[in-house]
Design a binder for this molecule. Structure first.
Ligand SMILES: [Zn+2]
Length: 412
């Protein structure tokens, strides 16, 4: 039975969002959390972007070390041969790639302005697939940008060409959030049947349907006999109105009417990590979680009206579809209301040792303590936010990796 796998794109679509960004350590922690949650793949960045090189290499080292396991880390590049070459030059150990090219006439005419036609799009894409395979890619996803505004017969032709050249799956991008659950279902089902490759759906929320479209698109792929992949971001952070929210997608697939049984998540997803990952992404992006966010919003389990309060006290299932504990909620959270020592770019050894002692990190000697402090200072230079406990623990545990994550050498 085909299954639904999650490919989180927070570290790609999330960070390319206007007015938002993450430090390299924050991106790394997101990969760590996604791995703990059981997400199949993290689209972890841009292998052709120079300032990402050390971050991408360092995260692939974490894969090597078994820290990021079993999650797969995939890079996003344009589906042109020179980008594939650049990616393997800057990040030689990259194993998973998503190759992206526009497929709609709107984009072909509007972006390439007469320089490319449909056949050129297919040619560029298959050459990029061939190049990626020959340079050592283990898995290749081919990304049809603006698929929802692409003539379906061309999309099938495009997908068949990708398959012929050994691509592993086709990403159907509803780049503008134009689809609805009915149209995307028809499209992905037809593509699954006619192309015969797994279909990945990438949905945006411009019409408020990113999650609904994602589950409908996944259902189409499965009904068409293929595995489905859903692109998510944490808290739905993504370009414009955002992407399909990771937690909401998991809830929709596992809890919605008529889904359980036939349409299942592949791998083992640990939903109890939801609270932690949502809170961290909110902090790192500097974007509060909306009060009414599914599962992780402050009001997701709040009841005020007499009838609801009475009903939920008698039996939570009267007014709750799922339990807050399933999402890792319910533990009291410690908020400092008195003296607080923060770790930042101007911290000294005394305050730093105090903070680290509180989280039970001890150092072999002062030299080691000063080295970790120096890394923490640099980490704060990049993030400009006080470092959280998990960041400090990560730095103390992986100082060499941290040094690499913090290394930026422009215009070399
Ligand atoms: Zn997108």
């Amino acid at each position: 039975m085909p299954k639904i796998y999650l490919i989180d794109v927070t570290n790609r679509d999330g960070v390319q969002t206007a007015k938002l960004g993450l430090s390299k350590i924050e991106k790394t922690l997101i990969n760590v959390y996604l791995n703990e949650m059981g997400v199949f793949q993290s689209e972890f960045g841009f292998p052709t972007t120079r300032h990402e090189s050390y971050y991408l290499q360092a995260n692939l080292e974490l894969v090597e070390m078994g820290v990021l396991k079993p999650i797969r880390l995939g890079g996003w590049i344009r589906a042109v041969t020179r980008d594939v070459e650049t990616a393997f030059r800057l990040v030689p150990d990259i194993k998973h790639l998503n190759l992206s090219i526009s497929t709609s006439d709107q984009m072909i005419n509007g972006k390439f302005q007469g320089r490319k036609r449909r056949q050129d799009i297919v040619k560029d894409m298959v050459e990029a697939v061939d190049a990626a395979r020959s340079m050592g890619a283990d898995s290749i996803g081919v990304n049809a940008e603006d698929a929802s505004r692409t003539d379906l017969s061309f999309l099938i032709k495009f997908g068949l060409a990708a398959k012929e050249h050994g691509a592993d799956r086709i990403r159907y991008c509803d780049t503008l959030g134009y689809d609805n659950p009915f149209t995307i279902y028809e499209a992905t089902r037809t593509m699954a049947e006619k192309i015969g490759l797994p279909i990945e759906v990438h949905c945006h929320g411009d019409l408020g349907m990113a999650v609904a479209n994602s589950v409908a698109g996944a259902r189409g792929a499965i009904d068409g006999g293929q595995d489905a992949y859903i692109n998510t971001t944490i808290n739905g952070i993504g370009e414009r109105a955002g992407n399909a929210d990771l937690v909401a997608v998991i809830l929709a697939v596992t809890k919605s009417k008529g889904f359980a049984g036939k349409y299942q998540l592949g791998g083992s997803i640990d939903l109890s990590r939801a609270w932690k990952i949502a809170k961290f992404a909110s902090y790192a992006f500097g974007v509060p979680i909306p009060i009414n966010q599914p599962g992780v919003g402050a009001n997701a389990f709040a009841h005020a009206s007499g009838i609801h309060a009475d009903g939920v006290l008698k039996d939570p299932e009267n007014y709750e579809l799922y339990n807050y504990e399933e999402l890792g909620r319910g533990d009291p959270e410690f908020v400092e209301t008195g003296r607080e020592l923060c770790t930042g770019q101007y911290s000294g050894i005394s305050g730093f040792s105090h903070v680290m002692g509180k989280i039970e990190v001890s150092f072999a000697n002062e030299e080691e303590a000063r080295e970790i402090l120096e890394l923490a200072r640099y980490a704060n230079v990049e993030s400009q936010r006080p470092l959280v406990e998990d960041e400090l623990l990560f730095i103390a545990k992986y100082p060499k990796i941290t040094k690499k994550l913090l290394t930026l050498t422009p215009l070399e």
